[in-house]
Design a protein. Sequence first.
Lengths: 357, 360
Amino acid sequence: MNFKTLLAGTALALGLAGAAAAEGPVKAGFIYVGPRNDGGWSQHHHEAAVEMIEHFGGAVELVEQESVPEGPDAERAMTQMALGGADVIFTTSFGFMDPTINVAAKFPDVKFEHATGYKTADNVGVYSARFYEGRAVQGYLAGKMTKTNKIGYIGSFPIPEVIRGINASFLHAKKVNPDVEMSVIWINTWFDPAKEADAAQAMIDQGIDVVLQHTDSTAPQIAAQKAGNVYTFGQAADMAEFAPMPRISSIIDVWAPYYIERVQAVLDGTWESDNTWDGIGAGMVGIGEISDAVPADIKAEAEALRDSIASGEFHPFTGPINKQDGSVWLAEGEVADDGTLAGMNFYVEGLTGEIPQ
Amino acid sequence: MIRLEKRPTPSRAWTYATPVLAVALTMLAGGLMFAALGKNPFLAIKTIFYDPILGEFAFYYRGQLLVKAGPLILIAVGLAMGFKAGIWNIGAEGQYIMGAIFGAAVGLAFYPAEHWYIFPLMVIAGAIGGLLWAMIPALLKVKFNTNEILVSLLLVYVAEQLLAAMALGALRNPDATGFPGSRNLQQYPAASNPEIWAGTGIHMGVVAALIAVIFAYILLSRHLMGFHIQLAGQSPKAARFGGVNPTALVVFCMGLSGALAGLAGMFEVTGPAGQIAISFNSGYGFTAIIVAFLGRLHPIGILLAGLLMALTYIGGEAAQATLQIPAAAIQAFQGMLLFFLLGVDVLSNYRIRLVKEGVA
């Protein structure tokens, strides 16, 4: 192999990749951590991408890569897309963060959008949704609906995004049902139907009758359906195929408007690195239809909670809230700031167990 | 009627021809599968096998082939030694993880010092990590006659738990509030394993894989231990009469394969991966088993098989991205490769005879 030719080739192709951006349809790339038919997170990104493509007609071309492991393989997948002439690349999993930053540094003319991370650059923007707002509504429903007073939460990775969800749902379950206990099982993966099903089954065997999940597949729904008297919530996607039981509501990630807006900016040449974190109010988090399995008055209360969060009237993390060790986090009436939420690495009071560390 | 007749000795010609035949059959059956998915089979096969080597962006893919093939070859060479002797280390994935943990831990212990000896110490630690993890099934086998297949395999899952514990606890980056994962070693020069020549994909791990191939070749063809390994695999009884110490052989083969897998993990975590993270391992230890067999347990064969396997990965990803072929179809395609290889293997050990009904 001749290294000089290789290097010259690299320089040439980088130039070409830059030049290609000016002509032809804009190419939008999407990288998914799971298969695009996982029934949840990745599928929902995929569907939003397709919606975006349809919105633009022939002006935008879609390239996708699914089941990309978080790590060096992700870096290659992104480089591949950038070399292939992608103008904007959406990397849709937390673990793609460092690879996105690395590849973006090599392709200054390509725009990158990383979902749920916190590292930005001139050509890297980040976007996420305030899932914890939806978790508050789920927590409310869980607290009301549980008969055993035991609810379970399937955690993926112990990162702030997931811990926020656990805290938000527990706080609101506890508020309406002081006897409620929450068990968390960490499975260290976003997508693994077998592990997700095992976790759900282990919870059900312990008498847990409401299962929340922060993982991507519908396996927990299937486990709950088999058990019969267990409630679940759709995660990332509506998972309406499991309604009215076990799925009694859902958090729906609504990415399409964001994708349309950002790709439009690329088309217009006005794209700039951003840090978007929107919730129910802005329409990025949707609360799926609360099913008939939920009594009408509870449903109405849950919807009222949803609406008060959407209007900004109520923040799911409003004091008084203590940390797990009993120390004060938020005083009466105090509202959590985004900085603390973004790096949240503690449980609130009443949660048992420890965050793995 | 077709009849299989066992050859007195495996056919030399077929031993070389079957891998090529298996690749050809994989292309054929894979092409049919891609066609059934509504994709142009010729374009798909070209994207997988041709584009990464000679296509438009080959300058990038060639390097990536080496990045992907390096750990596969390094691990497979070690495994092949054991497989030849009938010692089945299936847990290279776990030894790979332990090598990465040991190596990274030594490097991080020195952070942020810059000394020339840090990286060499990490290399040694990585090999020791893999070796120690492989010694568990080895010693259990020689002391209690446990099955090394089961023990080594199950230790993979233990290693994965340890990896998660390290990423969340002891080795966690103290500066990344709330997020799991160690410091990124790519940003700590004394402990990093960058590309030796930018853009070529060649890092120390790739060099180590080449060295391992050469040493394994010499070991098998020139060294007494190599002879013992071959003898034990072909005829355990003869091996015993020939003075082969089975205990020493198990310890040697498991230790060697564990150390090489550990090295692969160490070079990966300091190079392409960069950090100890919960999802650090991505199956190299298991894929290397396929590579070892695809390469006929021969060092040169493994070198070629590792490159071929890497090609199906890189080309498969390219086919996904450019032709929108689903990831599962690519995995099925890779599976076909092993399937056909094992299938046509029959040709090297048996002769096919067409016999008329009732005669014979």
